[in-house]
Design a binder for this molecule. Structure first.
Ligand code: THU
Length: 160
């Protein structure tokens, strides 16, 4: 038997003013996108904004469905659009804002497992890290320098 230890490094910021302007702008877009979420079932709205290497910003919000599993998270709405419309551009960063309509969300909300898997696909495809930033409606912001930090033991094309 041998033990594997997995360490990860995240950076926590107290507010947007601690972050570079371009990241604060990305969060502004994510917040706008969150306002367009369609989440009548969970009342939990999420906005994601992606920065591409050409300066383009792609946004997405969660889109729910009466058939619950048919809905899609904000992060995948955004990243699949980026992949479909800008297949040759590098994805530099993603900012995520999330919160409940029922109470104030003050803790950073990380992307769900399925979204991490989807983001991982693009990070591996482009062989360049994607910075991931996430927060609640207010409060601290968490930064991961790469999706890899959020999904150790990733299932990727190398195992196929
Ligand atoms: N949701 C996201 O948009 N992103 C995540 O990473 C986690 C969850 C959405 C899906 C659903 O519409 C609502 O939040 C509650 O799960």
């Amino acid at each position: 038997m041998r033990e594997i230890q997995i360490n990860t490094v995240l950076h926590v910021y107290t507010g947007l003013d601690e972050l570079p302007n371009k990241v604060a702008q990305l969060f502004e877009k994510a917040r706008e996108a969150r306002g367009k979420a369609y989440a009548p079932y969970s009342n939990f709205t999420v906005g994601a904004a992606i920065l591409l290497d050409n300066g383009e910003i792609i946004t997405g919000s969660n889109q729910e469905n009466a058939s619950f599993p048919s809905g899609l998270c904000a992060e995948r709405t955004a990243i699949y659009y980026a992949g479909a419309q800008f297949p040759s551009n590098l994805i530099k960063a993603m900012a995520i804002v999330a919160g409940s309509k029922n109470h104030k969300t003050t803790t950073p909300i990380p992307p769900c497992g399925a979204c991490r898997q989807a983001i991982a696909e693009y990070e591996i495809k482009q062989n360049q890290p994607i910075e991931i930033y996430f927060m609640g409606e207010e409060g601290e912001i968490v930064k991961s320098n790469s999706l890899k930090n959020l999904l150790p033991l990733v299932f990727d094309k190398n195992v196929l």
